[in-house]
Design a protein around this ligand. Structure first.
Ligand code: HEM
Length: 178
């Protein structure tokens, strides 16, 4: 996992709970906590941090991932404002995610292993995102999508229609405007 994602998790925890809480998370996870945006680190290390944050903050690991995604979307844009160019609303941003935004990210982060995020139309004007990644961090994807809604100032509702972590074959996230 690229240092970028670790940097964003740190930004979110520090901005929300303060630097001492991030220090406690690092200590509990037993890691040194120094991450460079363009370097890759073991996925296990990120998972240890999520587990530690869950214990230190007192919320579930799912809630940690959703929070990091949701509050971290702004921190991600601080580093990649170009992702917004020509995307005036949440639908155009999500539509450009797999074929354009993550495709371009592959060039900047050659060591990155980007998830596949295929969009399909869903009932009542909703969009279904099919998330494919060996990491099974669909909760992070859900948080990022909610962060997209916050960014464009629309209230988005997400629903895990099916999830590999619960034994389904595919992970599908439905997104609709409230
Ligand atoms: C709604 C917006 C977005 C969603 C839902 C999304 C989803 C995700 C998820 C879930 C991951 C974790 C890796 C995995 O699950 O396998 C990830 C990683 C990543 N994403 Fe995105 N992303 C979004 C926007 C962006 C943007 C704007 C960029 C800008 C360049 C970006 C670049 C990256 C990079 C570099 C990684 C790290 C890959 C790695 O470490 O191997 N993403 N993304």
């Amino acid at each position: 996992m690229m240092g970028l994602v670790f940097n964003i998790a740190q930004d979110v925890v520090e901005a929300t709970f303060g630097p001492d809480v991030w220090d406690a998370v690092i200590e509990t996870a037993g890691v040194d906590g120094a991450y460079t945006m363009l370097a890759a680190y073991p996925d296990d290390e990120f998972e240890s941090l999520v587990r530690a944050a869950s214990g230190v903050i007192g919320i579930s690991q799912t809630d940690v991932l959703v929070m990091v995604g949701r509050r971290g979307f702004g921190a991600l844009l601080e580093r990649h404002a170009d992702a917004l160019a020509g995307r005036p609303d949440w639908r155009t941003l999500l539509a450009g995610l797999d074929g354009e935004i993550h495709r371009d990210a592959r060039k900047v982060y050659p060591e990155g292993e980007l998830p596949r995020l295929d969009l399909r139309p869903a009932p009542d004007g909703a969009v279904a995102i099919v998330y494919r990644s060996r990491r099974r961090w669909c909760d992070l994807a859900e948080g990022l999508v909610l962060g997209v809604g916050d960014w464009y100032d629309v209230s988005l509702e997400t629903r895990h229609v099916s999830c590999r972590r619960h034994g389904d074959e595919l992970c599908v996230l439905e997104v609709r405007e409230r």
